[in-house]
Design a protein around this ligand. Structure first.
Ligand code: NAP
Length: 303
């Protein structure tokens, strides 16, 4: 089996020695492919348009956690997303930071600081804030566990409604009940046909007044103008966004200048190259053994 890696040179520099040590074949860049029939795995952010060039391709491995940038793959080619564990902990940490910042009025203090204004607002214990996490996958569950341990009252919403220990789980049909009990809304959903635009006016209308939004899913899930209306109406009091549509967010976009909104430039996580290489090796071994591919994506659901 041979893996073709497409991506930045620093990733190739990290993957090569790991593949060599494991005794697995790796080729970097399409120009280096001598015999396309030997390529069984492709690791990339986006595959080349003509995958027909690789007749024995078995799996395409996304080098990131999301797969919304991937096209529908030819029959018989599995889609796999990176399971580098550092992604989960980095995004979890960004969510913890954002939740604490919004819970402890940081947007107001940052705005006051521009005027040198020394004015405190009453602090509230974490136990008085109801966090609602949309998406209880690998990252959502990690965030839920950590936020619960800080004392927040945590619930989650997921498609399957499958229970998670210590978390009050709402199924897909119970979105309105979930929103009605949520003061700090966290979005950790994958971008799919079902979740595109999900953070829109209907959803904001279902939140209690003065709620806050923490968004680390994908930019196209958020209708940012609906968010602005919800901020103006007091439905939302603040938002922290790591993802926007488009990315980069244009320099003159209103959200940069609005003191109620804090934007970070899609930096919650990056795949660690070493972890990514080890995950790709695990995919190759599973292919050889005929076992379940780690990170296998159900293309019918899009995640
Ligand atoms: P995951 O393990 O695949 O979990 C996805 C979760 O979303 C699951 O709980 C799933 O429900 C739920 N879900 C999917 N579609 C749904 C729908 N239509 N309605 C309700 N729930 C739905 O994904 P993950 O690893 O936690 O990552 C989540 C997302 O975070 C990624 O897809 C990516 O977009 C984003 N992300 C962002 C960054 C960043 O730097 N900002 C980094 C990494 C990832 P079930 O469990 O019931 O199936």
């Amino acid at each position: 089996m041979t893996l073709l890696l497409l991506g930045p040179p620093q990733r190739a520099r990290a993957w090569h020695p790991i593949f060599d040590a494991a005794g697995e074949d790796i080729v970097v860049g399409e120009d280096a492919v001598r015999d396309p029939s030997k390529i069984t795995h492709l690791a990339c952010w986006q595959p080349p348009a003509d995958l027909g060039r690789y007749p024995n391709l078995k799996a395409v491995i996304s080098t990131g956690a999301g797969v919304d940038q991937m096209p529908v793959l030819p029959p018989g080619v599995a889609l796999v997303r990176s399971l580098a564990p550092g992604i989960d902990t980095l995004v979890r940490d960004w969510v913890l930071m954002a939740t604490l910042m919004l819970h402890r009025d940081m947007p107001r203090y940052l705005e006051q600081a521009t005027r040198g204004e020394w004015r405190g607002h009453p602090p509230h214990p974490a136990s008085t804030a109801r966090v609602g996490i949309m998406g209880l996958g690998r990252i959502g569950r990690a965030a839920a566990t950590s936020l619960s341990s800080l004392g927040f009252d945590v619930a989650g919403w997921r498609r399957s409604g499958q229970p998670v220990e210590g978390v009050n789980v709402y199924g897909q049909a119970d979105l309105s009940d979930f929103l009605a009990r949520t003061d700090l809304l966290v979005c950790l959903l994958p971008l799919t046909d079902e979740t595109r635009g999900v953070l829109g006016s209907d959803l904001f209308a279902g939140l209690p007044d003065g709620a806050a939004l923490i968004h680390a899913g994908r930019g196209a899930q958020l209708d940012i103008e609906a968010m602005r209306s919800a901020l103006d109406a007091g439905r939302l009091q603040a938002a922290m966004l790591d993802v926007t549509d488009p990315e980069p967010l244009p320099q003159d976009h209103w959200a940069w200048a609005d003191p109620r909104v804090i934007v970070t430039p899609h930096t919650a996580a990056q795949t660690d190259a070493t972890e990514g290489a080890h995950h790709a090796l695990a995919v190759i071994r599973a292919t050889r053994d005929g076992t379940a591919l780690p990170g296998h994506v159900d293309q019918r659901h899009g995640y």
